[in-house]
Every structure is written in C-alpha cells, then in structure tokens.
Design a binder for this molecule. Sequence first.
Ligand code: GLN
Length: 197
Amino acid sequence: MRIGVIAIQGDVSEHVEALERTLAGRGQVADIVTIRHKGIVPGCDALVLPGGESTTLGKLLIREGIAGEIQDIKNAGKPIMGTCAGLILLAKRGDEQVARTHQHLLGLMDTRVNRNAFGRQRESFETELGLPFLDTPYNAVFIRAPGIVDAGKDVTVLARIDDMIVAAEQGNVLALAFHPELTPDPRIHQYFLDKLS
Ligand code: GLN
C-alpha cells in the first residue's frame, strides 16, 4: 500500500507524521511518499493534498504535470483527502478572488469555495466539531480557513460552522477546511485510511 502526500508546498511533514502515527496505531504498514514531480501519483493507492497556499499549489500542480494525474486517481475511485488549501483545490468553483486571479482549481468536487471564509474575522481558531462518523466531537484547528459555500447534490455535507460547510465528501474525495494533521487525535486520518481497506 502506498499513500502519496503532495509535497509541493505547505504542511507536508505534519501529514506524513500523522499518517505514520495512525498506521502504527493500527498495526498497518504502508509506504508514504512525498510528491513533487510527475510520475509518482499513478503508483499511489491514496492521496493527501495538504494545506498551504492554494494559488501557489495550483500553479505548480499544473506546471509539474501532477494535476492530471490526481484527476486519474479520482477517476480510479482511490481515496483523496484535501485539507484547508487542499479543500480549495478540490473544488470546481471559487469566489471572485479565485476568478480575478485566474486561480487553477482541480475541480474534483461539485463545490464552490470561499478561499478565506474565516480569514478576516478570525485568523485561526479551534472548535469542537461534530462529525457523523465520530462518536464524540473533534477538536478542529482552523488557520485562515476556507469554506464551501455551495455543494451539489452528490456532495455529502459532514459539518458546518454557521452557514459555511467545513467538511464534506463526494464519493472517494474528502475535503476538510481544518487541519487534522495538527492535532494528536488520529480519528480523521483513521477515517481516511478506512477507505483503503
Ligand atoms: N486560505 C488559504 C488559501 O487561500 C489556505 C489556508 C491554509 O491552507 N492554511 O490558500
């Protein structure tokens, strides 16, 4: 089993460590590979798109020829998890900032995002979030977080804060506005790895 973490920019090592911890806790072994170039994604059974700066990430994913490979992973039904900037990249549509800057989105989910949904009011915060696949709330860390403003009928909304969707999934693709790699609670990575078994 091979899990890829897109490592062009952003909080890559935190995701790698969270995956390693979670796998060890389950007694599972997997290769975790960091991806900066074309050619590695096709050999992966699951992919993580970490947080970072979505404009830079999108641009480099195209330039390096990785964007199309990620699309193939989605089409093959393999699990993909995007966190924070990853949630932005997974979307089909963005806000006027995305349009104005001609930002490239991967369009793997039928969602429209607000890049800085929580940015201005509350730069970063933590909150107890209820998620349908967990028995007790999850302490979610939000950092200049985006949100999903609209979602199509094939998207399952997993959590909201006020009117903003902060966790959602569509088929094999999971999008989170927060950073599960920054807290010791392994339950989100567990949920993601469950999709592999
Ligand atoms: N809001 C940021 C962006 O537009 C994402 C923030 C994050 O990943 N921590 O790229």
